[in-house]
Design a protein around this ligand. Structure first.
Ligand SMILES: Cc1cc2nc3c(=O)[nH]c(=O)nc-3n(C[C@H](O)[C@H](O)[C@H](O)COP(=O)(O)OP(=O)(O)OC[C@H]3O[C@@H](n4cnc5c(N)ncnc54)[C@H](O)[C@@H]3O)c2cc1C
Length: 382
């Protein structure tokens, strides 16, 4: 096992951090307040290559291995203070572009991947429904197969990027009674008759990342937009969730690192009762806990990224997601406490990180669902 990065990897980490720090950190407080998605930040990320990390060069990507991509995303998070972008980017990258790469026909790859990797288009992934959240395979959205097209009817909910998306990756069932064996996945363009976006949600955190319902009313989709084969949806969903769970929180690890360093600086200079905050073990202990959580999260991230390239990441991606989401919430809560009253103010931006982190315990499968997957993987008869 080699525990070091090569010069190219370090360079990519630093470039991503520097890009984010200098180009992306303006007017985030206002955008958070107004729940505003930034098209210009999105486009800049595309130009930087961040939407094409693991995508082959022939489709406009950087063709990096997954471990290097994860490290670059960590660097991005170290520089970027807009956590909503992490979520929008994660959904676009791991739950739309990657499944098209892994399961799409050559025609689908050529049509959509260059638009997604450049950032000209935004992708959204729609599986959750009002009555089928954690139990996603209990979905009701129905697909009827005709000769060279399909007809979809139903409603998806909590769809990240829905209001700004150009392409939707949607799962539907051809027979609800057959459960996971009747699920198929499709890519559907914005503007397809019968597809509409409704009920934009107002949320606690990641407010710059829009979320809404997607409704299908006799929506006719060409059969060539089927991902993989008919009824292969469960397999596709299971595999792409490994990508999403393993990698979606990589930028949060960089963000935790940055906020920990800020706490070190603050605790070393702020004095109360005639001594530095750092001299109180109650405070330094919190910052040490941050460091331990971050180091563990990094190793889990790298393991999941390595597994994604070399085999099955079912267990490692769930452990990574579980640990990193919990760690982010605890780290930002501790950071807020270290910064005292200032930490509670909007200007200090830590309260926003805390609000943003809480959502990570819900999307891509809740904390409870990750524990259920881990329990199954270690042989517990659940
Ligand atoms: C910020 C955000 C972004 C999202 N983005 C997307 C997206 O892009 N696309 C998409 O399709 N969906 C998205 N979702 C939806 C997300 O995947 C669901 O919220 C999640 O799967 C949980 O479903 P639910 O909200 O219906 O909760 P429920 O499934 O109703 O669960 C409610 C609570 O009960 C727990 N629970 C449920 N069943 C069990 C069980 N058997 N054992 C123990 N505990 C259980 C859950 O863990 C949870 O705590 C997003 C959600 C959020 C918050």
């Amino acid at each position: 096992m080699i525990f070091s990065w090569n010069e190219d990897q370090i360079d990519l980490y630093q470039q991503a951090a520097q890009f984010a720090r200098t180009k992306l950190n303006q007017s985030i407080i206002e955008d958070d307040e107004n729940q505003q998605f930034s098209q210009s930040r999105w486009k800049a990320c595309g130009e930087m290559g961040l939407f094409g990390l693991t995508i082959p060069e022939k489709y406009g990507g950087l063709e990096l291995d997954t471990l290097t991509s994860a490290f670059m995303l960590e660097g991005f998070g170290y520089g970027c203070k807009e956590n909503g972008l992490f979520l929008s980017m994660g959904a676009h990258l791991w739950a739309v572009a990657t499944p098209i790469l892994l399961y799409g026909s050559e025609e689908l790859k050529q049509t959509y991947l260059p638009k997604l990797t450049s950032g000209d288009w935004v992708g959204a992934h729609a599986i959750s429904e009002p009555q089928a959240g954690s139990d996603a395979m209990a979905m009701s959205t129905h697909v009827e197969f005709k000769e060279d097209y399909v007809i979809l009817n139903g409603r998806k909910t909590f769809v990240t990027n829905a209001t700004v998306a150009d392409l939707f990756l949607v799962f539907a069932t051809s027979n609800k009674k057959h459960g996971f064996a009747a699920i198929s996945g499709f890519v559907i363009e914005k503007g397809t008759p019968g597809l509409s976006v409704e009920s934009k949600a107002s949320k606690m955190g990641t407010r710059t990342s829009p979320m809404a319902d997607v409704v299908f009313d006799n929506c006719r989709v060409p059969i060539k937009n089927l991902l993989g084969k008919k009824n292969l949806g469960f397999k596709i969903f299971t595999r792409i969730m490994q990508w999403e769970r393993g990698l979606i929180l990589a930028p949060f690890i960089g963000a935790m690192q940055r906020e920990m360093e800020r706490c070190v600086e603050y605790a070393n200079q702020r004095e109360q009762f005639g001594k530095r905050l750092a001299q109180n073990q109650a405070i330094s202990g919190k910052i040490v806990d941050m460091k331990v959580r971050i180091e563990a999260a990094k190793l889990l991230l790298y393991k999941a990224a390595w597994d994604l390239d070399h085999g099955d990441a079912r267990l490692s991606s769930s452990i990574t997601k579980l640990w990193t989401s919990d760690s982010a919430v605890h780290t930002f809560m501790d950071a807020l406490q270290v910064l005292g009253g200032y930490g509670y103010t909007t200007e200090f931006e830590i309260e926003r990180h805390l609000r943003d982190a809480i959502g990570s315990k819900l999307y891509s499968g809740t904390t409870e669902m990750q524990k259920m997957i881990i329990a199954n993987e270690i042989g517990l008869k659940t």
